[in-house]
Every structure is written in structure tokens, then in C-alpha cells.
Write a protein that binds this ligand. Structure first.
Ligand SMILES: [Zn+2]
Length: 122
């Protein structure tokens, strides 16, 4: 009798427990920058757990893949869709280098201006 009660309790609550566990796992994953997002969406991680787009230097306040993907798909997909494989890796690496050197030289406030100049003169 007791065993039956325990088992039915388990059956009843396990989906709830599983759902709660799953949700917590997703939440904690969202707070960390995933290295794959770099090449996938052209984002780099900067301090304060923010991600910045190396194409237009806009940052995304909430570190969630959905936000990064949305930014990339609405603003840059048409330009960068063609890039794949090692071309994509090379492009991302070179843009990241420009982004980082600009940031070190001019600080973040001037970064936007300088990068937009680079893009215009290209
Ligand atoms: Zn962008």
C-alpha cells in the first residue's frame, strides 16, 4: 500500500521536477557567452556579460542566443549568409581583431565612429 502511494507520487511529480530542472539548466546556460556564437552571429563577449556585434558594434544587453540571432538575422544576414566554412572563420577573426584594436586604441566611446568609417571607406 505504502509502495503504491510512493510510486504514484513519483509518477505524478516527476514531470514537474523535470520541467523545473530543465528550465534552470537553460537559464544558467543563457548567462554564459557561447564561443559558437562568435562565428555564427559575429558577436564577441565584452565585460559585464554583454555581447557586442563586431559588424556594427551594437551590443546586446541580455546574453541570450535568441537576441544575438535576431540581431544578426535582421541586420546582417543578407551580407554574411554567403560566408561559410573557413571564409567565415577568417572574416570573423579579422573583424574581431579590428574591433579589439580599435577598442584598445580609442576606447569604447569612439569605437562606433571609427568602425563605421572603416566600413564606409572599404
Ligand atoms: Zn550588428
Amino acid at each position: 500500500m505504502q509502495e503504491f502511494t510512493l510510486r504514484s507520487c513519483f509518477v505524478l511529480f516527476s514531470p514537474i521536477v523535470m520541467a523545473a530542472f530543465k528550465r534552470r539548466k537553460v537559464d544558467s546556460e543563457c548567462r554564459a557567452f557561447n564561443e559558437e556564437w562568435g562565428e555564427k552571429y559575429f558577436f564577441v563577449e565584452i565585460k559585464n556579460q554583454k555581447a557586442t556585434c563586431v559588424i556594427c558594434t551594437e551590443s546586446v544587453a541580455v546574453l541570450k542566443e535568441d537576441n544575438l540571432r535576431h540581431h544578426y538575422e535582421t541586420k546582417h544576414l543578407s551580407t554574411y549568409l554567403k560566408l561559410s566554412g573557413k571564409f567565415r572563420t577568417e572574416k570573423f577573426e579579422s573583424m574581431k581583431r579590428v574591433f579589439e584594436s580599435q577598442k584598445n586604441l580609442f576606447g569604447e566611446s569612439l569605437l562606433k565612429m571609427n568602425l563605421s568609417l572603416v566600413q564606409v571607406t572599404k
